[in-house]
Ligand binder design. Structure first.
Ligand code: FAD
Length: 287
């Protein structure tokens, strides 16, 4: 199918993009990896497509004090290859490298993935895990900041208003003695995951588990956040029992919900085990 008729404008600045997005029926086009398909299937019928793909100012990143600031137009591939993220948050590269195929990673953007809000997508879960803040701008109201865990409201639904553009995402640095893990199970490489889990495990100076934060993907309407400190931690390193208890309460919207929960439990236990091991390695390496 071909898309319904639409007007098109290629924004030359963020201000121009925001002005165009204030038009009723307007929609931003970033990498086009989701929107174009939806338009071709006539599941999306924007009256005005605002092409933000040329806004190189939003394809930059900054290494700020205690945080990394990422432009909304960084592609999935740029996140995979990002040197500062690689050092501070290797989980992002691990997750972004699992998105579709290389052609999709070359075009798809961070802002597009967050705005599209597919519960099976890797980057929404990554940003929820990391406690990222999403900065959005509009011509009418200026800038506001939305914590990633409050951005996703439902299946493909976000807290964004139609005239708002995601411009920047701030990712705080990982706490000391915190290890990461990511495991997802997909039917084959390049496919969306049946279920997956990204985990941070923090240990105390003696190596005991102190905090666990996890984001599960493909198991609900939005990324599912699990945040535990003191209470609700695993007994020793029994991650399997812990993961089964967590995933028992999930309600995946799938015909094979029990299977999805099993897959999620396995992914969560494996990712948490890997995160725990990395936290202990870091502790051993600490002078
Ligand atoms: C074959 C195939 C396989 C895929 N597999 C995966 C996968 O395994 N995992 C995964 O996570 N994704 C997957 N994707 C989706 C891909 O990651 C998309 O790139 C991503 O979902 C959207 O990014 P985009 O830049 O292409 O956004 P677009 O398609 O341009 O836009 C998507 C939506 O976001 C809005 N939007 C875009 N940018 C902004 C912004 N800055 N502010 C506000 N709104 C904005 C648009 O208006 C639109 O509603 C796949 C896509 C394809 C075609």
């Amino acid at each position: 199918m071909k898309p319904a008729a639409f007007d098109y404008v290629r924004a030359r600045s963020v201000t121009e993009a925001l002005t165009a997005l204030a038009t009723p029926g307007a929609k931003a086009l970033a990498g086009g990896q989701s929107l174009v398909t939806l338009m071709n299937m006539r599941l999306a019928r924007p009256e005005l497509v605002v092409d933000i793909g040329g806004l190189r100012e939003l394809a930059r990143s900054f290494d700020d004090d205690g945080q990394v600031v990422l432009g909304a137009l960084l592609t999935h591939r740029e996140l995979v290859e990002h040197p500062t993220l690689g050092e501070r948050h290797p989980v992002v590269a691990a997750m972004a490298s699992q998105i579709g195929h290389v052609a999709i990673r070359n075009r798809g953007t961070l802002g597009g993935a967050l705005a599209h809000a597919d519960p099976a997508a890797e980057l929404p879960a990554a940003m929820v895990l990391l406690g990222a803040e999403v900065h959005v701008d509009s011509a009418a109201r200026g800038r506001r900041t939305i914590p990633a865990e409050e951005l996703f409201e439902g299946h493909y639904e976000t807290a964004l208003e139609p005239d708002e553009l995601i411009t920047w995402v701030t990712v705080p640095d990982r706490a000391p003695r915190t290890g990461w893990g990511f495991v997802e199970h997909a039917p084959s490489p390049g496919h969306y995951a049946i279920a997956g889990a990204a985990v941070h495990v923090g240990v105390d100076v003696r190596g005991g588990v102190e905090t666990v934060r996890a984001a599960l993907l493909s198991v609900g309407e939005t990324p599912v956040l699990v945040d535990r400190a003191r209470r609700g931690l695993p007994a020793g390193d029994d991650w399997e029992t812990w993961a089964e208890a967590i995933t028992a309460g999930l309600e995946p919207a799938a015909d094979d919900a029990e299977y999805v929960k099993d897959v999620a439990a396995g992914a969560l236990a494996q990712a948490a085990g890997a995160a725990h091991a990395r936290a202990l390695d870091e502790l051993e390496g600490t002078p």
